[in-house]
Design a protein around this ligand. Structure first.
Ligand code: GLN
Length: 403
């Protein structure tokens, strides 16, 4: 007698909503770096601890009982402190009750912005290179991403000297189907910083259109060489059509806490909250209470540019004596570098292959800039994160100078 083995339960096949998407390059790179004990200058996060006073403030909030659901848009005290900060720095007054919402980090903020205003068939303009969470969110909303490329300025030897907004391309991309434009300053991965004149020009360009703006400003407190951050909130015409996104993970060295916020006019915030309440409902309470306390002292974020400029300068100085060509790094905690002068074998590798080789064979992890494009590109440029202890950067530099 033959015993029939019961068939294994089948998982039904279904079409992927994101067929072209794999695991993000940041997760893949960090795993590869750990596997090969490489110095991880890939995924952007500090390798040092935050101020103990911030931990104490969060601890205190837990101990004193802030452990149940906070209000859906966020702890009011935190929203008030954020409104104060924005008013002091950028001169724009947002109503904490109706115009500021606390999010589970900037990625959730951007996702929810897109879900709350992009309908199937709407076009969304993205300036590439762009952070990798923008395009999949547009796809999930049923929108159509229209990519334009940042203008790259080169010297006579082809070395990148700077970046500029692609105004002509942007103007061409805007049409009645355009719902949203995503901008990002200081920019990940190039560090490019928008100037006040850029905001003026954007406001003119959007003029009579109905285009909304999502301004990703998570690196707002990391702008170097005496320059300043120009927030979309500082420009009245832009602020009226913008969701401004920021994050405490970057400012306070706690990327794992996943807390950020969105500031937007009441009408935009109301739509944002309709999605937010069913996406995360609310964000963890004790951290909001602790951050509200810590954020009320501007000294806790105003020194950040000087702090990171020292790290950038240390890293650039070391990199200058390697065969990597340095690209400008005016803001954020990223430094891009061109590896085309490393020799025939290495320069023949694609950016992704080169990063894999650098991680596995040299022991330094970096991110291929091609990961910030929807279509395939290869400009032989990779991104390093310098939000690290000096001794970490030293180890990385000594390995990089050997190639
Ligand atoms: N923003 C970080 C970076 O660019 C990564 C965040 C993430 O891994 N999602 O490296």
């Amino acid at each position: 007698m033959t015993l029939l083995r019961p068939a294994a339960p089948l998982t039904p096949p279904f079409p992927s909503r994101l067929p072209a998407v794999g695991t993000t390059i940041f997760t893949v790179t960090s795993a590869l770096a750990a596997e090969h004990q490489a110095v991880n200058l890939g995924q952007g996060f500090p390798d040092f601890q935050c101020d103990p006073a911030l931990i104490n403030a969060v601890n205190q909030a837990m101990v004193s009982g802030h452990n149940q659901y906070p209000p859906m848009p966020g702890v009011l005290e935190l929203r008030k402190t954020i409104a104060n900060k924005i008013e002091q720095l950028y001169g724009k007054s947002y109503d904490p009750a109706s115009e500021i919402t606390i999010t589970a980090g900037a990625t959730q903020a951007v996702f929810t912005v897109i879900m709350s205003c992009v309908s199937p068939g709407d076009e969304v303009i993205v300036i590439e290179p762009a952070f990798d969470c923008y395009l999949p969110a547009i796809t999930l909303a049923g929108g159509k991403a229209i990519s334009v490329s940042l203008d790259v300025q080169r010297d006579s030897l082809g070395v990148v000297e700077g970046y500029a907004i692609p105004w002509a391309e942007l103007a061409n991309a805007i049409n009645p189907k355009t719902r949203l434009l995503l901008i990002n300053s200081p920019h990940n991965p190039t560090g490019m910083v928008w100037q006040r004149s850029d905001l003026d020009r954007l406001a003119d360009l959007l003029g009579e259109t109905n285009v909304l703006v999502c301004s990703d400003e998570v690196y707002e407190h990391m702008v170097f060489d005496g320059q300043h951050h120009h927030s979309a909130s500082s420009h009245p015409a832009l602020a009226a059509r913008s969701f401004v996104v920021s994050s405490f993970g970057k400012a306070f060295h706690v990327t794992g806490w996943k807390i950020g916020y969105v500031a937007a006019p009441a009408a935009l915030s109301a739509e944002f909250r309709k999605v937010h309440q069913f996406n995360v409902f609310s964000v963890n309470a004790p951290m909001q209470v602790g951050i509200a306390h810590y954020l009320s002292d501007p000294a806790h974020y105003l020194g950040l540019s000087a702090f990171y400029q020292r790290k950038r300068d240390f890293f650039r100085k070391g990199l200058a004596s390697t065969r990597f060509k340095l690209l400008p790094a005016p803001g954020s905690y990223f430094q891009c570098a061109d590896y085309s002068a490393l020799g025939i074998t290495q320069s023949a590798l694609s950016e992704a292959e080169f990063c894999r080789w650098l991680t596995c064979e040299v022991g330094v992890a970096a991110i291929p800039v091609s990961a910030f494009y929807g279509a395939e590109t290869d400009s032989k440029v990779i991104r390093f994160c310098f939000a690290k202890e000096e001794k970490t950067l030293e180890t990385a530099l000594s390995r990089l100078s050997a190639v």
